[in-house]
Design a binder for this molecule. Sequence first.
Ligand code: GTP
Ligand code: MG
Length: 316
Amino acid sequence: MPRSWAQLLGEENAQPEPEAERSGLFSRLRDSLSKSRRALTAELASAAFDPGDDAAWERLEEALIRADVGVRATAELVQRLEARQDLTNLDAALAEEIAALLGEPATLNVKPDPSVLLVVGVNGTGKTTTIGKLAERLRQHGHSVVLAAADTFRAAAEEQLEIWADRADAAFVGGERGADPASVAYDAIERAGRDGADVVIVDTAGRLHTQANLMQELAKVRRVIEGRLDGAPHETLLVVDATTGQNGLQQARLFGEAVGVTGVALTKLDGSAKGGIAVAIAHELGLPVKLIGVGETLDDLRPFDAQDFARALVAE
Ligand SMILES: Nc1nc2c(ncn2[C@@H]2O[C@H](COP(=O)(O)OP(=O)(O)OP(=O)(O)O)[C@@H](O)[C@H]2O)c(=O)[nH]1
Ligand SMILES: [Mg+2]
């Protein structure tokens, strides 16, 4: 059954999403991953797959690479499949192994009071939108939220976050254009302390993982958060646009080195994305995917469910 928000937020006695919700959510996810699935399933037509045929294995490898699974995760998957006695149902076996590689279900650490979530990523990946949707969900689950517009780089960025804050009934802390992003994060934590708010989410300006000076700026934001509140940031979420493919792996690596990423939100899976990048990130970097975005509305941000994801990626 699909993972629910209550499970993602680590609530006591949290139940999975009810069965009634299930088929709708799953078919949306399936639709989103149809491009990857077509690439894979063409190779997987079990009747045609002969485990004794090297060329069949090569075609499977190529299909996994084309689906963005990445070289290392592909090699691991093939090795695990080869070790199986029975491959009569190759789809199901592959879906199982992909789910295993994607790892244990993750939670979003919003338990400590207040909790600070730092959100980072390349330009336009969906950080601000994801924060807005997440704030709304947190409110629905009884958390009071402060949104911090530490993207002081673009004038419109602050307005965009403030609209989401209004919608989600969250407090909003901004700064002057060009202000030090770290000071905005600091002010937001102060504000949460004064108001007794539960969760602070810090939005940051998009930046290329290869821009050393901007990555240093981000590291400073993190240091200031750490200095202001013990144990913070409790989550550092990297937002990755799934349509950028293998580049997402390099983004995750470099953002991880600069600010210690604890989880990934994988967005735009509804477009031309090939969802295999989730497997590459989870396997090569050991980073859990926690959220997925399959569109622009509130309902389109979902807790990540490895089994559903694997089945949507593979099975016909
Ligand atoms: N189709 C689709 N669009 C998305 C998704 N998530 C975000 N977007 C869109 O992507 C665009 C950029 O989103 P933003 O949230 O502004 O991205 P950002 O990372 O904050 O951008 P910068 O602050 O400029 O770096 C917007 O048009 C969003 O509606 C998704 O899951 N699917
Ligand atoms: Mg933004």
